[in-house]
Design a protein around this ligand. Structure first.
Ligand code: PLP
Length: 379
């Protein structure tokens, strides 16, 4: 079945007899046992709830996975995933990482005895050099946040298999509409469902998706034990959001490319980072491993004053954290998403006072460009 059809019909399971076309929100914490030792399949909502199950089955299908777990946020999913590891284990991660993932690794996982090496995973030799005898996993974000670096997932998967490492891919930026890491050899896909999967800037959610039964069982155990599961209502919002994922992303990508091309021509913009531009270093790999380039881009202004001016003068585009929704948002990574990263390391990665990140929404390209133009050049 085509991906777009799966987004609409998903799990397709019916849980009630009313014929409701929209999956009901089963707002119940617990479920009655029909008899001693018997179950309807549902006992307690932390373990499973029908609305969440429908969502999880849908997401598993979209990622070509065996099982998906829906968490209360992307960070809840990642925190639970870290429980797979034990003190002494080492993980090699993409250096240009989502700020919250970096904070979790450095301040919580490290305290729990895990250690991390941050390398540019778009350079496979750097990744290879980061592997130690105690390395257990490789954690990759591609394209990265906010520099949009692209990692060759099939090449990383080969390296992981050789060294018996778990490959975890944060697929938040591209979603399975554009990229399916499990098919490229990844073991675990992580999502912030808050972003494109939900798509409307109205709810937090997170996912772990796996293709292997043993791994699914281990993660399900951690999931039900730690308990950061998605509520029935938020599960319903995600089911609803997913129905339009393909049309949203196709349109948002189109607009993102138009904006990237417009930004390239502006004197006050010194660089544009978007994998859909043939000049982008990850363009060729993207053509090979993805079916599109997404709708996230970052760019550098000529001076910090221009960056500040843009943030203050945009009116249609909103100056807010997050990404992936129908409303276009602009952020200042240095002060927001990446504020916890030491200044020296941040500068080294190119996240300075001139860098802005834009999440392109569903507004008309002409309106978004007009807004950027007035913010750049108006009074
Ligand atoms: C937002 C985000 C996360 C964290 O997800 P939350 O839903 O905010 O907890 C993780 N990875 C990436 C790439 C993100 O953009």
């Amino acid at each position: 079945m085509d991906f777009t059809t799966l987004c609409v019909h998903g799990s397709n399971k019916r849980y009630d007899t009313t014929g409701a076309v929209s999956v009901p929100i089963f707002q119940s914490a617990t479920f009655v046992h029909p008899g001693v030792g018997q179950s309807t399949g549902f006992d307690y909502s932390r373990v499973q709830n029908p609305t969440r199950e429908y969502l999880e089955e849908t997401v598993a299908k979209l990622e070509d996975g065996l099982d998906a777990m829906a968490f209360s946020s992307g960070m809840a999913a990642l925190t639970t995933l870290m429980e797979l590891f034990s003190p002494g284990d080492h993980i090699v991660a993409t250096e240009d990482l989502y700020g919250g993932s970096h904070r979790l690794f450095q301040h919580i996982s490290q305290k729990n005895g895990l250690s991390f090496s941050f390398v540019d995973t778009s350079q496979i030799n750097q990744l290879q050099e980061g592997i130690r005898p105690e390395t257990k996993a490789v954690f990759v974000e591609t394209p990265t946040n906010p520099m949009m670096q692209v990692t060759d997932l099939a090449a990383v998967a080969r390296l992981c298999r050789k060294h018996n490492l778990l490959l975890i891919v944060d697929n938040t930026f591209l979603t399975p509409y554009f990229q399916k890491p499990l098919n490229l050899g990844a073991d675990v896909v992580l999502h912030s469902g808050t972003k494109y999967l939900g798509g409307h800037n109205d709810t937090l959610a997170g996912f772990l998706v796996v293709a292997n039964a043993d791994l699914a069982e281990r993660l399900r155990f951690l999931f039900k034990t730690t308990g950061a599961c998605l509520s029935p209502f938020d599960s319903w919002l995600l089911i609803r959001g997913l129905k339009t994922l393909p049309v949203r992303l196709a349109q948002q990508e189109k607009t993102a490319l138009q904006i990237a091309q417009w930004l390239l021509e502006q004197d006050r913009i010194k660089a544009v980072h978007y994998p859909g531009l043939p000049s982008h270093p990850g363009y060729e790999i993207s053509l090979k491993q993805t079916s599109g380039f997404g709708a996230m881009l970052s760019f550098e202004t000529d001076c910090p004053e221009t960056a500040h001016r843009l943030l203050e003068k945009v009116s249609l585009i909103q100056y807010a954290e997050s990404l992936g929704g129908v409303e276009s948002l602009i952020t200042y990574p240095m002060l927001q998403t990446h504020a916890d990263i030491p200044a020296e390391e941040r500068e080294k990665r190119g996240i300075g006072a001139c860098l802005l990140r834009l999440s392109v929404g569903l507004e008309a390209a002409a309106d978004l460009i007009a807004d950027l133009k007035q913010a750049l050049y108006g009074n």
